[in-house]
Design a binder for this molecule. Structure first.
Ligand SMILES: Nc1ncnc2c1ncn2[C@@H]1O[C@H](COP(=O)(O)OP(=O)(O)OP(=O)(O)O)[C@@H](O)[C@H]1O
Ligand SMILES: [Mg+2]
Length: 320
């Protein structure tokens, strides 16, 4: 039975029951006098696509550097696959596939030949596996073309294919769509969720809200080295949902809205009532008002994107 088939026949364990593949505890880094990462606590479980979202300079790549043992933490710890990492982490790194910057390949060799070279250096990887990973990233039909002739999106996909050669249990992608045109970005975005399944987790760094919103199950937002939110994407989006209402008797409307356990209302200076509600609640709010003889002259959905939460939480400022 194939891996996918065996996954499909089992009912998946709940997210909380799955093994923690990555755990950061109080992870901190100081460069000179600058505290770049400040006491980051995170957990990533198998099957999750986790977004590490923050403005430029927030400390994402530094955190990844510490996870991979390339940067020594000033304080705190990194646990990979249940084991604390002190010094030698080769055993753990063998189970991780990471792309930190644009992957490096030989331009005059084909995509396939590049993976063959890499396979030889890793050792013990069959030809069959190369075709399998090329197929996985949709490059099989271009496998014999020169790498130098690949589009940026194809180059990035070959990079992801190279991380799959070892069947990693954790894939770390630091800004995988950086420098890609919209088509290339879409290719990578479409690919990412298909890489996650029960036995694999994905840690995706990005400063692009839309990217994280589209592909991640859970997101942590980092600002100036501090994690300021860590929640399922759906939950963050729900938090952000706000509708604006204009009625002729705002006082009465406020008392009606205060009865709704699932809504939080406030009158704004411009006379509108802003109501934080779960997504898609406009009709319910309208109905509650109408039942008390209040008819909204205007009802608009104000916030529906992660961008608003992100801007609210980060103050819209760059981390630099
Ligand atoms: N080796 C270093 N020495 C000194 N400062 C550093 C070093 N590496 C990173 N920094 C600083 O640490 C801060 C965080 O950098 P980092 O690269 O982790 O941010 P990032 O969130 O990955 O940003 P980006 O979205 O631009 O990739 C920045 O202010 C950066 O200038
Ligand atoms: Mg970075």
């Amino acid at each position: 039975m194939t891996d996918t088939a065996s996954v499909m026949t089992k009912s998946p364990p709940s997210a909380a029951a799955r093994e923690v593949v990555l755990k950061l505890t109080g992870l901190s880094k100081r460069f000179g006098t600058l505290d770049v990462v400040k006491g980051v606590n995170l957990e990533l479980r198998r099957g999750e696509v986790f977004g590490f979202l923050g403005p430029n300079g927030a400390g994402k790549s530094t955190t990844v550097g510490m996870i991979l043992g390339l940067i020594a933490p000033t304080a705190g710890s990194v646990e990979l696959f249940g084991a604390k990492q002190n010094g030698n982490r080769w055993a753990a790194l063998r189970r991780i596939g990471a792309i930190i910057e644009e992957p490096a390949f030989y331009p005059y060799l084909s995509g396939c030949a590049n993976l063959e070279v890499l396979s030889r250096s890793i050792g013990g990887i069959e030809k069959k596996k190369i075709n399998e990973v090329l197929d996985r990233v949709n490059l099989l039909d271009r496998a014999d073309d020169q790498y130098g002739h690949y589009s940026m999106g194809m180059k990035q996909r070959l990079g992801i294919a190279s991380t799959l050669l070892r069947d990693p249990e954790l894939i770390i992608l630091d800004e995988p769509t950086n420098g890609l045109d919209p088509a290339g970005t879409k290719e990578i975005r479409d690919l990412i969720p298909t890489l996650a399944h029960e036995s694999r987790a994905i840690f995706l760094c990005s400063h692009l809200l839309h990217e994280v919103e589209l592909v991640c199950d859970r997101v942590a937002i980092i600002k100036k080295g501090t994690v300021i939110a860590d929640a399922p994407v759906k939950e963050l989006l729900t938090r952000a949902n706000q509708i604006q209402i204009r009625v002729d008797r705002p006082g009465l409307a406020m008392s009606v809205l205060s009865e709704l356990t699932w809504a939080k209302a406030a009158i704004k200076d411009d006379g509108y009532i802003a109501v934080d509600v779960p997504a898609g609640s406009e009709a319910r709010v309208n109905q509650a008002l109408a039942e008390k003889g209040l008819y909204a002259s205007e009802i608009t959905n104000r916030t529906t994107s992660l961008e608003e939460v992100f801007l609210q939480l980060t103050g819209g400022a760059s981390g630099d």
